[in-house]
Write a protein that binds this ligand. Sequence first.
Ligand SMILES: [Cu+2]
Length: 141
Amino acid sequence: MKISNSFAVLGSLALAAAFATNVYAQTTMNKDSMPGMDMSGMKMAPTDKGGMAGMNMPGMAMGTSATATATEGEVRKIDKENQKITLKHGDIKNLDMPGMTMVFKVKDAAMLDKVQVGSKVRFKAEKSDGAIVVTSVELAQ
Ligand SMILES: [Cu+2]
């Protein structure tokens, strides 16, 4: 019991360190394109197994800026030929869109290589020329 507790603490510390590094990288690299720092990428998936209670830092709250924030989703269909992906997604705050299942165009077909049908993902979607385009997608952990 004592050992596993230590592990949980170590894990939290490691994650906190990673978190700090991530924020640093984003603020230095994306100063212009990401006002208000997008930390949503660090939000833990609900499926995470225990030990994450200590990760509830205030800074990890969802961003409120109009910049695209990461949205949780699940891949339902992948259409590489047409550069499209069907996602069952949660609320997309920057687009004022409630959760639903829909088809998105992806900015880059290569983005589709890292996901599979059934993958839980975090993605960003933005309006571009009247269409909604997924600009980034990563596997949720
Ligand atoms: Cu939608």
